[in-house]
Design a protein around this ligand. Structure first.
Ligand SMILES: [Fe+2]
Length: 177
């Protein structure tokens, strides 16, 4: 059965209207995996001939969630970060992405890795509001990301993993992570 970007966005809208909470976002993550498995969707947005880079492929006019396609030529390790008041779901379509979840020790002013997991093609991972994560992907990786809002309008935190120092980032332009 095919499952299009339009199907996914319709479902996401309905789910957020009914339950804009962790359970609802996890249901969106499950729907996202249906989209990652759709050959027509993958060919259109994360196919082998896509130009390298990041491209926004949908923004909801009313609820403002955004879908971005990532066709990444080079490998990258992101610093630990959150997405401000937004949740984020990453979904792999080619290559892999290693995800690390971090915890903050506010007394020590440091951050520590909590767990790491690998997203393989067809798998999606949810990071809820303020959940700190870093991503590491191989050259040639392709993935799609959904956020609750346009991240270009959201202030987010980026952490130095060695010192725990926090920078607040606004207006990140084409957001890489
Ligand atoms: Fe992120």
């Amino acid at each position: 059965m095919s499952y299009s970007l339009e199907n996914f966005c319709d479902d996401t809208r309905s789910i957020l209207l009914a339950s804009d909470n962790h359970d609802g976002r996890n249901t969106i993550r499950q729907k996202f995996e249906l989209l990652l498995g759709d050959d027509t969707f993958c060919a259109a947005y994360v196919g082998p001939n896509e130009d390298p880079g990041v491209r926004q492929i949908y923004e909801d006019p009313d609820m403002h969630f955004c879908v971005l396609a990532y066709n990444m030529a080079a490998a990258r390790n992101s610093p630990p970060h959150d997405h401000g008041e937004s949740w984020a779901i990453y979904g792999q379509t080619a290559g892999y992405t290693d995800m690390t979840v971090w915890s903050v020790d506010s007394d020590e002013g440091s951050i520590e890795p909590l767990k790491t997991f690998r997203l393989e093609p067809g798998q999606a991972g949810l990071f809820d509001v303020r959940e700190i994560h870093s991503i590491s992907y191989a050259a040639g990786s392709k993935f799609v990301r959904v956020t609750g809002v346009d991240m270009n309008l959201e202030t987010r935190r980026v952490f130095d993993p060695e010192t725990g120092a926090i920078r607040e980032i606004e207006q990140v332009g084409t957001d890489k992570a």
